[in-house]
Design a protein around this ligand. Structure first.
Ligand code: GDP
Ligand code: IMO
Ligand code: MG
Length: 427
């Protein structure tokens, strides 16, 4: 059985929690895009783990892999492995496998990320400054350093020199000293990094052929997809489920569930359109109650009402089979709850988020209002224990999106999860 986990909104939907929950039954958990711009928080019995690059299955001591669709910052990886060790989680080449054709994020990419943002001035994207965009640019520009290049010092030196030469003209306009190319440091890490590296496309297809259970762990959210998100306010990778194939080399299409992880309201970090954003007390309340602060950059996340238009778009783009509704408990105190059911732009009705950047500012949401439940759902793990109005909220969303909500999450811990039909994990 294969599962793909995708964020349906603008990220931070609770993917890490759900991957951890699902991974108890998995044989392999694989990241297929993004990099250490992701921040996944997982809570198990009062212990909190924060992951950026490593798949969330690592907490369950499962075999994990990082696919070629990811851009890998070796310094960030080593740092994350060391931090996890302090929390009692050992990462070795028995439980971590990295695609040998993965492209690297180097210090120069972080510098370029910073420079590019400054150049945009008022129109900055609000990136995580982890070098994601510039690293993907070098990948498609066919100049990137890949992990397999580290095996050959002479070749590595030549490639690094070429890369520095390529970027130095731009960088020298903004800073006095061209940064070093980190050749020696990369060489010193080469053996360790190589110990994780495998032809992942081969390994993963063998797992598939042997009927193993694989979980593909997405990062970011569908509205941050480079093609289908709110361009240019997006990340630099394809975040939708189709990316699992080119991001890992996996090729099996059968027995696949695609789970769309969806917050019971909406959040966004960084710049860009957000039709249902609440710049009022309710928005503040959602942020406080939901602890909506970025894991990576510690920025306050923008908060707003649930948007069924956006979710329907994501369901279409990803081929989502089941929705996982997270953070329902955050809505507990609200007297009234609004759900966006359509948009008006210049008096014209829309049932989708248009691509045109010049229309973004004009989007006016159309709301349906329902009564809140004003009682605690925190930690509830049986559907029948939910208050009637919470069940109604779930039902209304299901009707609007024409897709089943199979799991509801009522708290950050693994145990605070409702598997509605109890069938999702019957592997
Ligand atoms: P990800 O990037 O999609 O993995 O999500 P993040 O980890 O960045 O953000 C989700 C946050 O909400 C984390 O701090 C989780 O511990 C927390 N969380 C997940 N599910 C729930 C839930 O159902 N209720 C509450 N209150 N918190 C949750
Ligand atoms: P997880 O996996 C939320 C946002 C950044 C910025 C835009 C581009 O935790 O859901 P980038 O550094 O990728 O070039 O920044 O994308 N962004 C995220 N927002 N969750 C994430 O990941 C994100 N990863 C990137 O805030 O607006
Ligand atoms: Mg996150």
């Amino acid at each position: 059985m294969f599962y793909t986990i995708v964020g349906t909104q603008w990220g931070d939907e609770g993917k890490g929690k759900i991957v951890d929950w699902l991974s108890s039954k998995a044989d392999l958990i694989v990241r297929y895009q993004g990099g250490n711009n992701a921040g996944h928080t997982i809570k198990v019995d009062n212990k909190v783990y924060k992951l950026n690059l490593l798949p969330s299955g690592i907490i369950n001591n499962k075999k994990c892999a990082i696919g070629n669709g990811v851009v890998l910052d070796p310094w960030a990886l080593i740092n994350e492995i060391e931090n996890l060790k302090k929390q009692g989680i050992n990462v070795t080449n028995k439980n971590l496998f990295i695609a040998d054709n993965i492209c690297l994020i180097l210090p120069i990419h972080k510098l370029l990320d910073e420079i590019n943002e400054n150049l945009r001035g008022q129109k900055e994207l609000g990136t995580t400054k982890k070098g994601i965009g510039p690293a993907y640019e070098d990948k498609v520009g066919r100049r990137a350093i890949r992990i397999c290049d580290l095996k050959n010092p002479k070749y590595l030196k030549q490639k690094l020199d070429n890369l520095s030469k390529f970027h130095s003209e731009k960088i020298s306009k903004y800073i006095d000293k061209i940064p070093q190319n980190y050749y020696q440091e990369l060489l010193s890490m080469a053996e360790y990094l190589d110990s994780f590296s495998v032809p992942l496309w081969k390994m993963i297809n063998e797992f598939g052929e042997n009927n193993k259970t694989i979980v593909f762990e997405g990062a970011q959210g569908s509205m941050l997809d480079i093609d289908f998100g709110t361009y240019p306010y997006v990340t630099s990778s394809n975040t939708i489920s189709g990316q699992i194939y080119s991001g890992t080399g996996f090729s099996k299409k059968n027995n696949h569930k695609i789970l769309g992880i969806t917050k019971a309201y909406t959040t966004r970090v960084g710049s860009g359109p957000f039709p249902t954003e609440l710049i009022d007390n309710i928005g503040e309340h959602l942020g406080e109650k939901g602890q909506e602060y970025g894991t990576v950059t510690k920025r306050k996340r923008r908060c707003g009402w649930f948007d069924s238009v956006l979710l329907k778009q994501s369901i279409n783009l990803n081929g989502i089979t089941d929705i996982v509704l997270t953070k329902l408990d955050v809505l507990d105190e609200l007297k009234e709850i609004k759900i966006c059911v359509g948009y008006f732009i210049d008096e014209k009705k829309y049932d989708y988020l248009p691509s045109e950047e010049f229309l973004f500012d004009k989007i006016k949401p159309i709301y349906k209002t329902i009564d809140g439940w004003q009682s605690s759902t925190a930690g509830i793990n049986k559907i029948n224990d939910l208050p009637i109005n919470a069940k109604k909220y779930i039902k209304i969303i299901e009707e609007l999106i024409e897709t089943n909500i199979s799991i509801v999450s009522t708290g950050p811990d693994r145990k605070e999860t409702i598997d509605i039909n109890g069938t999702l994990l019957n592997i």
